[in-house]
Write a protein that binds this ligand. Structure first.
Ligand code: ANZ
Ligand code: ZN
Length: 802
């Protein structure tokens, strides 16, 4: 019989669905296992061969766990709100809901053709009112807890998307999504206080098993720094407060800088003699991104304030104040004390404006450049701090500032609160109304979901208001608090809202009383293994940890962390080694591969393509190699012999393969697991026949990778009861996994003279004897005296002669 994937694959997909073998069970007394992949955004382009890489990897794990006796939850859904859909809808005059429906249908069909063991009965979509009802509900809990607030903000504004972006969405000064210029705009925005969780988001990384690079990236993004806040008296009669990580360098502070947006500039307006010049500079700075402004390499600019200066609290000297765009309003206090001797930006600025540079830590040559590598140095020119180390000086000065009431120790975080509103249509409505009398009032929970109204035009407005603002019928409402007239919020939530808690909904997706029942949450939490892209480390992964911690604090979820373990996959590149994209013309469509070679081959190839954590180029030759493995497996049916058990001379081969596949699939080494199956295939083919038990084990081992063909062979040869998917995972016997023969290398005078096949457990004495008996080795040592003999078990004999 010829192998025909087109006949086999759809048939088994149907049978699995009929039998419900991949349905996770709530209320089971089996141990649970929760495997999670990042749910896709159903774009108009359809699936791409990169998508299935993580799906297949965790499918291998999920299938194996079921065979190991676990009740496995391996769900999928759609992260379907967002701009690309909305933009497509605008361009083609179709409702975004309709576009979403079509895209989901296409993605679903494509994913189902791959035979991934998702529990489709738990499918969710963030755009479904029954889902976003709970996204809105969680927002209300955040609001009630004081963690959601509205504020006039200097926000990132994408000039092309006409939309506010979170800091995390601005990459190198441009929009992460479309690459257009990002400018600053003052807008009233909903904000979520993720900063309240900054320290716990760092600390609790100790509770989870994440790759080190993910932990480091999150920590750097949160950006904890320790230092002090110091008050400087000004000649305007008030105090200017700075944040510094180096309070020890206070004697070297020869001038100060405030950011162009600093509120004091307005307060001091009547004292400033060069207000026009200052205003011109402020306007110029507003047009630049933070990225441009803080670039070290950039030429420093600034304006000295005429009419107000400050006093260094330690030296008592009057020092000038500047405005310059290298100081950001959003960090620390928006003002700095400048220590040009030990900070590069300050040094460049001081050189340009002819300001004094006073060395306060010994070493370096501060006339030539800032001495920044000075954390281990000794203090000089620093009064009470002279002779102390930098570490001692930091403590001493902080204590002094606290005693004098002019400063205190301070911890700062780079992390900013999360800008949570978007002026767009295709997102969750924010369930609050504005009442002139009562302010912002939350909707009663009984009014959720607050559904998106039908609108005719989704065009974003040029003045930056949401398209919903035109829907007066929807907007005008009554205040739930006083019954007076009120207006609905017309901004919607960002795409990151629905994905911040979706893994909880999977636990109990059809519950209409709660986002998930207590029992379901207690049973399934936390996610045991979550695989997703590195690009989400400082976005989704951080946001969802924040929401989960909040829900934990509210007593709504049982664990402080949502994901026990996180891994990340590398991208699949085009055949030419470049990122797959339409414009490069190197996109491979999984439909074509499934059609020509079958899903089993495609799955095997995606797992065989290389180190799972690294990017790998697609290769047509590689695909063919995997197809050959499937065909050779198929042909094993022709050499099935009458014997039942594993034949004694095949025991080693099979036990080794079980061990290798079992262990490698736990540590992302899917490629070497498949290589072990290829080795086993060669051993079986060399033997020329296969027993029933051997074929049974081969089939189970191959099943997580190639689930369709293995079910077919299982059924056709009556290898056992039920489906392969329902078999117990085979055990291996460690004693039978030892290599019986090993190759050892024999060196004489530093050179390899022979390679010998010896028993793996050979004694030192026998190994040395065997080495000396070899003709070449014997010739090398003839007539010389042996100084030293070394045996490295299983590897090497080294004979040193004189
Ligand atoms: C004096 C000093 C001396 C500083 C020295 C550094 C080195 P991190 O580590 O990133 O927290 N700074 C403070 N607020 C700022 C703002 N809004 N915009 C730009 N720079 C600001 O950086 C803290 C340091 O960055 C602070 O310590 C301050 O300069 C500067 F040898 O104060 B330092
Ligand atoms: Zn009211």
């Amino acid at each position: 019989m010829k192998y025909d994937h087109k006949a086999i694959e759809p048939k088994w997909q149907e049978k699995w669905e009929e039998a419900g073998v991949f349905h996770a069970e709530n209320g089971s007394d089996k141990p649970k296992y929760y495997a999670l992949i990042e749910f896709p955004y159903p774009s108009g382009q359809g699936l791409h061969v990169g998508h299935p890489r993580p799906y297949t990897a965790l499918d291998v794990v999920a299938r194996k766990r079921r065979m190991q006796g676990y009740n496995v939850l391996y769900p999928i859904g759609w992260d379907a709100f967002g701009l690309p859909t909305e933009n497509y809808a605008i361009k083609n005059h179709v409702h975004p809901a309709e576009v979403t429906k079509q895209n989901i249908a296409r993605f679903k069909k494509q994913i189902q053709s791959l035979g991934i063991s998702f529990d489709w009965s738990r499918e969710i979509s963030t755009t479904d009112p029954e889902y976003y009802k709970w996204t809105q509900w969680i927002f209300l809990q955040l609001f009630k807890a004081g963690l959601a607030y509205k504020k006039e903000m200097n926000v990132n504004w994408c000039t092309s998307c006409k939309c506010v972006l979170a800091n995390e969405e601005v990459v190198n000064g441009v929009c992460e999504r479309c690459g257009s210029e990002v400018v600053h705009k003052v807008k009233s925005q909903w904000m979520l206080k993720i900063t309240e969780y900054a320290q716990r988001l760092i600390d609790d990384l100790d509770l989870v098993d994440y790759p080190e690079r993910v932990k480091t990236q999150q920590k750097n993004w949160i950006g904890r720094s320790t230092g002090a806040e110091v008050d400087f008296d000004t000649t305007a009669g008030d105090k200017l407060t700075v944040y510094t990580t180096r309070p020890d360098t206070l004697y070297g502070a020869t001038y100060m800088v405030v950011s162009p947006e600093h509120p004091y500039l307005e307060k001091w307006a009547d004292k400033l003699q060069n207000l026009e010049e200052i205003k011109a500079y402020q306007e110029q700075a507003a047009r630049k991104s933070d990225f441009e402004r803080t670039e070290v390499a950039k030429e420093k600019t600034g304006v000295k304030l005429q009419g107000v200066s400050a006093v260094n609290p330690l030296t008592g000297k009057e020092i000038p104040i500047f405005i310059s765009d290298y100081v950001l309003v959003s960090y620390g206090t928006g003002a700095i004390m400048a220590v040009p001797a030990h900070d590069t930006r300050d040094w460049e600025f001081a050189k340009k404006f002819g300001l004094p540079i006073i060395e306060v830590v010994k070493g370096g040559d501060v006339e030539k450049e800032a001495f920044t590598d000075c954390e281990t140095g000794i203090m000089v020119n620093s009064g009470i701090l002279d002779g102390l180390t930098v570490e001692e000086a930091k403590q001493r000065i902080t204590q002094y500032l606290e005693e004098k009431g002019i400063g205190h120790a301070k911890v700062n975080y780079k992390l900013r609160d999360w800008v949570f509103s978007r002026q767009r249509y295709w997102g969750e409505p924010i369930p609050v109304v504005y009442c002139e009398k009562c302010g912002w009032v939350p909707l009663p929970e009984s009014e959720l979901p607050l559904k998106l109204p039908e609108v005719k035009s989704y065009e974003p407005t040029d003045n930056g208001e949401s398209p919903l603002a035109h829907m007066t019928d929807w907007v005008n409402t009554t205040c739930p608090h006083c019954g007076g007239p009120a207006r609905r919020e017309t901004d919607t939530m960002p795409q990151w809202a629905g994905s911040s808690w979706y893994f909880l909904r999977y636990m109990d997706p059809h519950n209409d009383k709660e986002f998930a029942s207590k029992e379901a949450l207690n049973y399934w939490s936390p996610v045991d293994w979550y695989n997703g892209g590195m690009e989400h480390t400082t976005l989704h992964l951080l946001y969802s940890r924040f929401w989960h911690k909040f829900l934990f604090d509210q007593g709504l979820v049982p664990t402080p962390e949502p994901y026990a373990k996180r891994t990340s996959h590398g991208m699949i590149l085009g055949e030419n080694g470049e990122k797959m994209s339409k414009s490069r013309g190197n996109v491979v469509n999984p439909d074509d591969i499934v059609n020509e070679y079958g899903a089993d081959t495609m799955r095997l190839y995606e797992m065989f393509i290389g180190d799972f954590e690294k990017a790998a180029p697609w290769s047509n030759a590689g695909i063919k190699g995997c197809r050959r493995l499937v065909e050779r497996y198929w042909n094993l049916q022709d050499i099935l012999c009458g014997e039942e058990g594993i034949r004694p001379d095949m025991e080693g081969a099979f036990h080794k393969a079980i061990k290798k596949v079992s262990e490698d699939t736990e540590v992302l080494k899917f490629n070497t697991a498949i290589a072990a199956l290829m080795t086993l295939m060669n051993q079986v083919t060399a033997k020329g026949s296969i027993s029933k038990e051997e074929l049974r084990i081969f089939t189970i081992l191959l099943n997580p990778f190639a689930p369709h063909v293995t079910e077919e062979v299982w059924a056709a040869n009556a290898l056992g009861e039920g489906l392969v998917a329902q078999q117990p995972w085979p055990e291996f016997d460690e004693a039978k996994c030892k290599d019986d023969m090993v190759e050892i290398v024999v060196q004489v005078r530093g050179k390899v003279r022979a390679r010998l096949q010896v028993a793996a457990d050979i004694s030192q004495e026998d190994a040395l004897a065997a080495a000396k008996a070899d003709a070449k080795v014997a010739a090398e040592i003839a007539g010389k005296s042996i100084v030293k003999e070394i045996y490295v078990p299983g590897k090497l004999v080294n004979i040193v002669v004189k």
